[in-house]
Design a binder for this molecule. Structure first.
Ligand SMILES: Cc1cc2nc3c(=O)[nH]c(=O)nc-3n(C[C@H](O)[C@H](O)[C@H](O)COP(=O)(O)OP(=O)(O)OC[C@H]3O[C@@H](n4cnc5c(N)ncnc54)[C@H](O)[C@@H]3O)c2cc1C
Length: 416
């Protein structure tokens, strides 16, 4: 059978959309229609809300729906991380119970992966789940969990066997966040925002029916989530057609605003290179040859990084496995964020730290200075990206380690 073309996908989705769109519906009722049509996730199988189309069809269909004045699936970790992980790895029962409500936005999600001593070394996690009848009882602490303070559900990786090597003793669950045994404590960041949390699980319960993948297969499932996370981090913008109106749109705008509140400092985290020329001028340093050299270098580097990112997106749209572009692109974003930080410090001097200076940009630049460190940590630190490039792309020897083969119980750590 001939491959479907982009134009054919657009024609088909618009044909459906014009018959189905009713802006007076509630957002939930509209999304129920969208999910039933298969256009919420057209790349998924028709058994699970899809249309068996290629991976690129999702972005094309959603863009066509929005251009036509409609709304597609919700933003957030539900669509970006939880739904694709469940689709790839969960039992039919988990899919039945959680997929549709995630696609409609009824359920919101957070990611309960990192722990105080298990971030880069995620496989060293110690939050433990012990089987108790039809349930598992979970004890431990997670940290840096974005949006956990308003999530309905969490994707959770736990240790279920301490007597096998670390990668083999983990199990993955989806857990109900609305239980007294889960305490979520917001973390106040140095940029004054509070988008992530500490999460304490003390005899929290999760039914075995909420397990994703086999007992002991949690590492494989978690790696699947992390692979989705790399492409998800670019999906934090939303647009509505300027003429879009009606109840669906109003509710979708409110939903997006609520979600994006958590991420409103993320542009500053990336350095705000869009302000670089203007800021250099307003700081009165545009004639300084050293500043000009730094600025030109930074802008050229950013342009090259955009092309790398475009290559990664093109490969992903064609359904090709992620290549080196992902890791290189992530490193480039850190480099740009640091470069902006240096530039603004250089042109503004100590004044760059003022949040209430005379220039309206002062507050933004001051926020850049205390937000950019997050760029080189979130989603895998720069050092870990270097390791990945060294080992998987350049074929260098693997980083030495002594904990991958022995039972996890015997692995020596600084916290037990
Ligand atoms: C904005 C933001 C949002 C986040 N959201 C979430 C979330 O929703 N859910 C979640 O579970 N987690 C989340 N995280 C946590 C994030 O995944 C971790 O911070 C990250 O994996 C690093 O782990 P760590 O902080 O424990 O640092 P560590 O792993 O302790 O690293 C400390 C330092 O040591 C270096 N290092 C560590 N190992 C090596 C090595 N093998 N070789 C060389 N250098 C090494 C690191 O590069 C770093 O500089 C978020 C983090 C940020 C900044």
């Amino acid at each position: 059978m001939a491959e479907i073309t982009e134009a054919e996908v657009v024609a088909q989705v618009l044909d459906w959309f014009h018959g189905a769109w009713d802006p007076s519906l509630s957002l939930l009722d509209w999304r129920e229609r969208l999910v039933a049509s298969g256009w919420a996730v057209p790349s998924w199988s028709s058994r699970w809300y899809g249309r068996d189309l290629p991976a690129w069809s999702v972005a094309v269909a959603h863009a066509a729906i929005r251009e036509a004045g409609g709304v597609a699936t919700p933003l957030g970790g539900g669509m970006g991380l939880a739904a694709p992980t469940m689709y790839d790895h969960a039992s039919d029962e988990v899919k039945e119970r959680f997929l549709r409500r995630t696609l409609t936005g009824e359920l919101t999600w957070c990611q309960l992966f990192s722990e105080p001593v298990a971030g880069s070394d995620l496989a060293g996690l110690k939050t433990t789940a012990v089987r108790d009848g039809d349930d598992w009882v979970v004890n431990g602490q997670k940290v840096w969990n974005t949006s956990a303070h308003h999530a309905d559900m969490g994707i959770l990786v736990t240790r279920t066997d301490w007597d096998v090597p670390k990668h083999s003793g983990m199990t993955y669950f989806v857990i109900d966040m609305h239980q007294p045994a889960i305490e979520v404590r917001p973390i106040r960041q140095m940029n004054e925002h509070s988008s992530f949390n500490e999460v304490f699980l003390t005899d929290a319960r999760v039914p075995d029916a909420n397990r994703v993948g086999d007992v002991g297969a949690g590492w494989r499932v978690a790696r699947g989530t992390l692979a989705h996370e790399r492409s998800f981090s670019t999906q934090r913008s939303v647009f509505f057609h300027p003429d879009a109106a009606g109840r669906v749109i109003d509710e979708a705008r409110a939903e997006a605003a609520d979600y994006l509140e958590t991420y409103k400092w993320y542009p500053q985290r990336m350095g705000r290179i869009d302000l670089a020329v203007e800021r250099t001028r307003s700081d009165g340093r545009a004639g300084d040859p050293v500043v000009r050299d730094r600025l030109a270098g930074l802008l050229s580097f950013q342009r090259a990084a955009e092309w790398t990112s475009a290559r990664a997106k093109a490969a992903q749209a064609l359904g090709r496995p992620p290549g080196s572009e992902g890791s290189i692109g992530k490193l480039a974003l850190s480099e740009i964020a640091r470069g902006c930080n240096d530039l603004y410090s250089m042109t503004g001097g100590p004044q760059a730290m003022l949040v209430d200076g005379p220039d309206p940009l002062d507050a933004v630049v001051a926020e850049v200075l205390v937000s950019t460190p997050a760029q080189s940590i979130a989603g895998g630190t720069d050092e870990i990206q270097h390791n990945i490039i060294g080992e998987r792309v350049l074929g260098l020897p693997k980083e030495p380690g002594n904990d991958a083969d022995q039972p996890f119980r015997d692995v020596r750590t600084n916290l037990r």
